[in-house]
Write a protein that binds this ligand. Structure first.
Ligand code: ZN
Length: 296
């Protein structure tokens, strides 16, 4: 414990890596929002508007100093510098969320890998590759998920290509996690697959049931496919249960009041599923790992 707190060169490098990963997370959060807009323009056949970062209201090009993730939003208080119209909370939330997620995931997964680098290279090179691949694919999947969440929040749709991508990435994380179990001292691969399978039934299954039972009013067809991608990536029934619980809680608190006010208003569940997934990934997956590493 004491050793990890000492400021030697190794620690300084690890702290630097964590800071860089946090900044990278904020940048990717911002990038994901831009991608959502670009995807929208592409879907509407308006390509020319998607080339630059422009204000969506006055079409003025946004200067680089107004495009710094998190900071610019706070400085401008969520408004365009020129026309003073609102930029939207989605950009800010995805930048903050991704910064926190990248920081926590790097701390829980990347730092232990780097700490044991020479040992892993010498004794378990396959395990090293599997661990690094899981980490990187999870981060890429997060970017795709944020694009989906922003798109669903703004336009109430989940683009099929992005859904397919998230399921492919979820599948890859699932295979890597099972493979990592097979490399461990206690290679209970069947148990791990059953665990992930129950998670899929809980998370994707419940979304499918709500989708069918509510005749698409409470949930769309895309939601259960998104839930499938999330359940695969979690590969754990307990975390899957937490995700569906949190997504419903967030949906009830945030979306239901406005849905009750406007008749015929459809709740878009995608953003809540993604938000719950990120929270569960950060708190349910990373925090226990960190607590163990600090022997708390
Ligand atoms: Zn403007």
């Amino acid at each position: 414990m004491l050793k990890t707190l000492l400021w030697d060169t190794d620690t300084a490098i690890l702290v630097l890596i964590l800071v860089l990963m946090t900044i990278l997370g904020a940048v990717f959060g911002s990038f994901a929002c831009c991608q959502a807009w670009r995807w929208r323009y592409h879907a509407l056949g308006k390509k020319e508007l998607g080339q630059w970062s422009v204000c969506m209201h006055c079409r003025k090009r946004i200067k680089w100093y107004d495009n710094i993730p998190i900071i610019s939003w706070l400085v401008l208080r969520g408004k365009c510098r020129y026309c003073h119209k609102k930029i939207g909370i989605a950009d800010f939330l995805s930048e903050i969320g991704m910064a926190v997620a990248f920081f926590m995931l790097s701390w829980a997964y990347l730092v232990p890998i780097l700490n044991n680098w020479s040992q892993l290279v010498a004794a378990h090179p396959t395990l090293l590759v599997v661990k690094l691949a899981t980490f990187i694919i999870t981060l890429i999947m997060l970017v795709v998920l944020v694009v989906l969440a922003v798109y669903d929040a703004k336009w109430g749709e989940l683009p099929v290509v992005l859904l397919a991508l998230s399921i492919i990435f979820g599948m890859m994380v699932f295979v890597l996690k099972i493979f990592e179990v097979s490399l461990s001292d206690n290679p209970d691969v069947i148990g791990a697959i059953i665990n992930a399978g129950i998670g899929v039934l809980i998370l994707a299954g419940s979304c499918l049931v709500i989708y069918k039972a509510s005749h698409e009013k409470l949930m769309g067809a895309g939601d259960w496919l998104l839930a499938l991608a999330l359940a695969l990536a979690l590969a754990d029934w307990w975390l899957a249960l937490w995700t569906i619980f949190l997504a419903n809680l967030l949906g009830d608190v945030i979306a239901l009041p406005s849905a009750l006010k406007k008749k015929g208003h459809v709740v878009h569940f995608g953003p809540f599923l993604v938000a719950a997934f990120v929270i569960v990934l950060v708190l349910g997956n990373c925090l226990p790992l960190l607590l163990v590493s600090f022997r708390i």
